[in-house]
Design a protein around this ligand. Sequence first.
Ligand code: ADP
Ligand code: ZN
Length: 596
Amino acid sequence: MRDPQQILQDTFGYSTFRPPQDEIIRAVSSGDNALVLMPTGGGKSLCYQIPALARDGCGIVISPLIALMQDQVDALRQLGVRADFLNSTLSQEHQWEVEQRLLDGDLDLLYIAPERLSQPRMLDLLHGSTLALFAIDEAHCVSQWGHDFREDYLRLSLLQERFPAVPRIALTATADARTRTEIARRLALQDARHFIAGFDRPNICYRIAPRHNPKSQLLGFLRSEHPADAGIVYCLSRKKTEQTAQWLGQEGFNALPYHAGLDAGTRADHQARFLKEDGVIVVATIAFGMGIDKPDVRFVAHLDLPKTVESYYQETGRAGRDGQPADAWMVYGLQDVIKLRQMMASSDGSEEHKRAEQHRLNAMLGLCEITSCRRQALLGYFGQDLDRPCGNCDSCLNPVDTWDGTEAAQMALSVAYRTGQRFGVNHLIDVLRGAQNERILQWDHHLLPTHGVGAELDANQWRSVFRQLVARGYFSVDIESFGALRLEEKCRPLLKGEERIDLRRESRQTSARKQTKTPLPEDIDVGLWEALRDCRRRLAEDQGVPPYVIFHDSTLREMCAMKPADIGQFGQLSGVGERKRDKYAEAFLAVIGAHY
Ligand code: ADP
Ligand code: ZN
C-alpha cells in the first residue's frame, strides 16, 4: 500500500492533512468503513481519493451530481490521477471503453450515478474488477427526512450485501443526528467509525437584517464589498430570480438567472459561465448549487428566508470553500414567514411531516431574531458548542441594541385580540397608529380602545415588533385567512404583565463588517497577480476547464509572495503536486521571470 502522506504531497501538492482527514484516511485505507460528516469546504474529497490511490484497485464514487462528474474527473486528471465517470451522458462506445479500463485495472477512481448500481451489467462489471472502496457522496440523500431524498440511494444497501469485503465511506456536509442515524442504518454503517468534524466555517461572516428596501440593500452590499466577485443570490421564486438578474445586469453586474424552469441548455450554460468566468453572479432558486464546488464564491446573499437552518447552512456554505474571507448575507421580512407557511400548508406531506417543517422554520426564525452571536446559535443548532462569541458575525461586529418592548408587545397582542384575530399586520398597524381609512371605518375599528394608542412608533417600527413576536412564537400566522395573526398560549404572561420582553432595535442599514476585507495582502504585486491570472485563464481555456482546476487563488497568491525562481521552488508551493509542477512550472515561471 502506498503511503497516504506521500500521496498528499506528490499528487495533491499539500504538505499536511487537515484533521480529521488523516484519521479517516488511515481507517479507510486499512479497510474499515466510515461515516464522515464534514462541513462544505472541509476537504471531504481527499478522504476517499487518497485511500483509493493507496489501496489496490479502483475507488467507486457514487454521486448524484451528474453535471459535476466531468469537472471532478477533469480536476483529478490534472493531478495525474486515472479517473473517469459513467453516466447517461456518455455514448455507448465511450461507456464500453470506460468499462474496459475498469476491468483492466486502468482506473484509480470511477464516478457513477446511483441508479447504475442496480443494473445487472454494472454489478457484473464491479464483481469482475478489483475494487479499492466505495465512496457514497452526499450520503444524506438516503434520508427520507432530508431535503434531498433520492429513491436510488435506498438501493445502496446492496453494497454491503454484494461486496462485504470492500470498505465503504459515506460522506455528507449536512446531517443532524436523526439523519446520521438513518444514513448509518440504510448503508449498514452502524458499526463503522463515525467522524464528525466541527461544523464551523470561521471564514464566513454571517449577517442577517430586516428587509426594508431589498434592492438598495443588496446593491449597497455588492457595491461596497463585492463589486467584482463571484457570488450567489438566492430567491424563492423563479420569476424573482429572473427579475433580479436582469436588474443587476442593468446595474452593471455580470448576473445570470438559474432555476428549474429554464431549459437544460440555458441552465448548463449559466452554470458553466459561473464556473469559468471571473466575477459572475448567479441569481437562483435553491435548484442551484448542490455540489457546486467552485472554491472562490465570495458571497451568498439571500433575498428570501430559507425554510430551515439546515438549508441556510448548506446554501451559505457554498461561499468561501477556499478558506478566504466570504460573506453570508441575508435580508428577510414577515412576508417570508407567511409565504413559507403557505407553501408548507399546501404541500402534501403528512401532518407529522408538516409539524416537523413548522418546527424547523421556527428555528430558522429564531436564528434571524437572536441578539447574541449568530455562529454560536448556528453551531448550537447542530449540537456543537462554541465557548465564546465568534467575532465574525453581525451580532459580534455591531452588538445589537435592544429596548424594552413589553408595552409595545402588549399593544400589538391586544389589538390582534380585540379585532378578532382575523387581520394581518398592515391593518393592525393602521389601527394602532390611529388611521381613519375605509377598512377601519367599515369594521368600526376606530371605536376600539387600542385605536391610536401606538402613534409614537412608525409603521416600520411596528412591523419590526410584529415580526419579532411572530418569530418568537407569540403570534402564529393563519395562512388560511391571508396572514391573520392569532395569539398563542405563550403570550398570556406577557399580556398579564408577568413577563417582560426585550426587542431588537433595528438599525437602518445592514451592518457592514468593521474591517473591510482586503482580498489580497496589501503588499502583493498587483501587476504580477494579474499576469498570473491571465496565464491561468489561457491555460484553462486551452483545455476547456475552469481556471481553479489549474490552480486555486491561494496557490497564485503564494506564487506572488514566494516568487519561485526554478522548478524545484515551484514544486514547493501549496497546491502544486508533481504532475502540475511538470505541466505548468514553465509557463508560470516565465510570467514571473518576465515581470522582474
Ligand atoms: P468538500 O468536498 O468537503 O466541500 P473539498 O474536498 O472540495 O471539500 O475541499 C475543499 C478545498 O480544500 C479544496 O480546494 C481542496 O483542494 C482543499 N484541501 C482539502 N484538503 C486539504 C489539505 N489537507 N491541505 C490543503 N488544502 C486542502
Ligand atoms: Zn458572532
